[in-house]
Design a binder for this molecule. Structure first.
Ligand code: SAM
Length: 337
């Protein structure tokens, strides 16, 4: 086995230059994916955790350069689900066997902490974990949401290259995003972050920096995926060809953070046929099927061609690769290390 991959597999440590070396060398890909698959099996097992994703608003105050729901996009039908609809979607998902509800939205100011807390409390009357993915908030807001019953939070750093971050996120502040992630950890959320792979101007060095940042933060989940350019954004003419690079980044994350949860992201499936299964065989152990109603799902188009799947179809696909659907809530278990 390649020396660096062997080291990462054994010690779960790599330096920045070692990560860059692996990212550069495409002859190592199969070895890398296999090593990540073995570490995944050893530390988190063969179970796949399903998280039911509800996208409840595409009304956004931000203008991220890559995102189809950015405020300046006028070619989009905006929607906002009401409280009852969100609760109903969550209850349906729980009746269908899901153990975690992920509430995701654009940065919609209507959904202040009080309104979200009411919804969370209602859903938490059932036996479920709740993950939020609603963007940047204050410490006080995160606290209200945690006290209402939210268990986890996803907030990708997107890139740790500060200059690139600044270019892609007008009127946003890198330091504030870091503050948010630290607040979430402090408040006891299982904290997820991650990055986009294939951003214009992004280097292998900056991706290596992203990976080391995840480890330093001791994130509980890492969701990452390829950039898929959207026609109504400033990145419309950019090429989307970073599937394999994102798979490599994901596999290295698994080697360095063996016990965390890693989703096979929808963007991976969208950009490459069978991408989800490839990801599950290269370190991933989570899938987040979208349970939002069809009409709203179409409107939540952060990138084109977003795919969807149903529970039974998934079960069959997982069985074919020797994996089962977990029957528990799938918290990170730190005791294996
Ligand atoms: N607003 C929340 C936030 O900022 O965390 C959550 C929703 S946001 C739309 C979810 C994720 O979609 C972002 O973290 C980003 O990485 C991803 N995303 C947005 N546009 C994308 C694109 N064109 N291709 C791939 N992923 C994209």
């Amino acid at each position: 086995m390649n020396k660096l991959i062997e080291k990462a597999k054994k010690l779960h440590l790599l330096s920045k230059s070692e990560i860059i070396e692996i990212l550069k060398d495409n002859f190592l890909n199969n070895e890398l994916f296999q090593a990540a698959d073995e570490v995944r099996k050893e530390f988190v097992g063969d179970e796949i955790h399903l998280r039911a994703l509800i996208e409840f608003s595409n009304i956004c105050k931000q203008n991220c350069f890559y995102c189809g729901v950015r405020a300046e996009n006028k070619n989009i039908d905006r929607f906002r689900l009401n409280k009852e609809d969100i609760i109903e979607l969550a209850e349906n998902a729980l009746n269908n066997g899901y153990k975690t509800i992920v509430m995701q939205s654009a940065e919609d100011v209507y959904f202040n902490a009080e309104r979200l807390a009411e919804i969370i409390k209602e859903i938490k009357k059932h036996d479920t974990a709740i993950t939020l993915s609603i963007g940047e908030r204050t410490y006080e807001e995160y606290k209200i949401l945690k006290e209402a019953g939210a268990d986890r939070f996803l907030l990708r750093i997107e890139t740790t290259d500060k200059e690139l971050y600044k270019k892609l996120h007008p009127n946003m502040d890198y330091e504030n995003r870091i503050r948010c992630l630290k607040d979430l950890k402090k408040l006891g959320y299982e904290t997820g972050t991650g990055c986009l792979v294939g951003l214009p101007g992004q280097t292998l060095e900056s991706l290596a920096g992203d990976i080391l940042f995840f480890k330093e933060l001791d994130a509980d989940m890492i969701g990452l995926g390829p950039l898929i350019p959207h026609k109504d954004t400033p990145l419309r003419d950019y090429k989307a060809d970073s599937f394999w690079l994102s798979l490599k980044v994901m596999a290295i994350v698994r080697l360095l953070m063996p016990d965390i949860n890693i989703p096979a992201t929808t963007a991976m499936e969208t950009i490459q046929g069978n991408g989800r299964i490839l990801a599950l065989q290269s370190g991933a152990n989570v899938v987040m099927p979208n349970v939002t109603e069809e009409t709203e799902r179409k409107k939540y188009e952060i990138y084109p061609g977003k795919t969807s799947i149903d529970y039974t179809e998934l079960e069959e696909k997982f069985k074919a690769i020797g994996r089962t659907i977990s029957q528990n809530k799938g918290y990170r278990k730190k005791d294996n290390l």
